[in-house]
Design a protein around this ligand. Structure first.
Ligand code: UDP
Length: 318
């Protein structure tokens, strides 16, 4: 029998990382999940622990990474990724994007592995081009509170391209737009878990600013499918992955009210500093190169995510 290919996923116990671990194990790959658990959660991977294809390394990706044996693919997902997390861990965010990406690229070079960098729509900052194609260079405030994440990911992209050009490492970059689904943390601060947990608890929905800012929400299974295709392709990117269907935050709050709790009030709160006014991916490249586009309708994805939060918050009732 052919030996399965081996994948290292940094941030493997996080929201996206754990879904990727599950997908790669499901496809018959050996998966090594690396996490320091500052924002990752052991509960996200506990169901994989008995699987012989799955193993865990509790390591900080900014330290020297030692992995025994071959590695064919490395997916670098380690990073705080919600605005609340990167405000709480600004230096760790900069370090894992900078030093962590350097370590991961060194490992990829050593193992002759293909390395995928999880980048972000935040590299476009508060965009002046709408929707955002990969060719847009962005509009980022380097010294604002979000700068630690935006600039870390921009630096990570530059480092990835330098290793590709200078050391011939097989790399690719994905720019991930707002994604939601089960395993987001109830207190992670992002709009989907915030509104769904508020709806479950019967609390007002906290809309920041006037709610006119827009976002586009991709269900996690769709994103994982796009990443899986990109890893196994030989494209270098950057490639946007996200759902092009755009909503204002207020429209999104109304959709949550309608689906789950029509009686809920809306509580308008101050808009965080540098909150991007718009965000919508141009996914023409992903459509052409990967034959990919999101399949999950917002209502379906929200129902599944809502069920997950119900199980977490009201286990006796489910
Ligand atoms: N937001 C909101 N209420 C919340 C949390 C977030 O109105 O309780 C807004 C936030 O200001 C932003 C949008 O929802 O405009 C998406 O925020 P999120 O933190 O999910 O991700 P971002 O796209 O800003 O990285």
């Amino acid at each position: 029998m052919k030996e399965p290919k081996r994948v290292l996923i940094t941030g493997g116990a996080g929201f996206l990382g754990s879904h990727l671990c599950e997908r790669f194990v499901g496809e018959g790959f050996r998966v090594v999940c690396l996490d320091n658990f500052i924002t990752g959660n052991p509960d996200n991977i506990v169901h994989l622990l008995g699987n012989p294809l799955f193993s865990v390394l509790e390591v900080d990706a900014t330290q020297f990474i030692y992995v025994e044996g071959p590695l064919h693919y490395i997916l670098h997902f380690a990073s705080p990724a919600s605005p609340m997390d990167y405000l709480k861990f600004p230096i760790q965010t900069l370090k894992v994007g900078g030093l962590g990406t350097h370590k991961v690229l060194g490992l990829a070079k050593n193992k002759n592995a293909r390395m995928l960098l999880a980048s972000t729509s935040e590299v476009y900052g508060d965009p002046e081009v709408h929707p955002q194609p990969e060719s847009y260079w962005g509009h980022v405030n380097p010294t604002g509170p979000r700068g630690v994440y935006d600039e870390a990911k921009r630096y990570a992209e530059a480092m990835t391209m330098a290793y590709r050009r200078y050391h011939g490492v097989n790399t690719c970059i994905v720019r991930i737009f707002n994604t939601y689904g089960p395993r987001m943390r109830t207190n992670d601060g992002r709009v989907v878990p915030a509104f769904l947990t508020q709806a479950i608890r019967g609390e007002p929905l906290t809309v920041f600013g006037s709610g006119e800012q827009s976002r586009s929400f991709c269900y996690v299974d769709d994103l994982v499918e796009g990443i899986f295709r990109l890893v196994l392709s030989d494209h270098e990117g950057p490639i946007n992955l996200g759902n092009p269907e755009e909503f204002t935050v207020l429209q999104f709050a109304r959709a949550v009210q309608k689906l789950f709790a029509p009686e809920l009030q809306i509580d308008f709160r101050p808009l965080p500093t540098d909150d991007p006014r718009t965000r919508q991916p141009d996914i023409a490249l992903a459509r052409t190169l990967l034959g990919w586009e999101p399949q999950t309708h917002l209502e379906v994805g929200l129902q599944k995510t809502h069920e997950y939060f119900l199980r977490l918050l009201q286990p006796a009732r489910v």
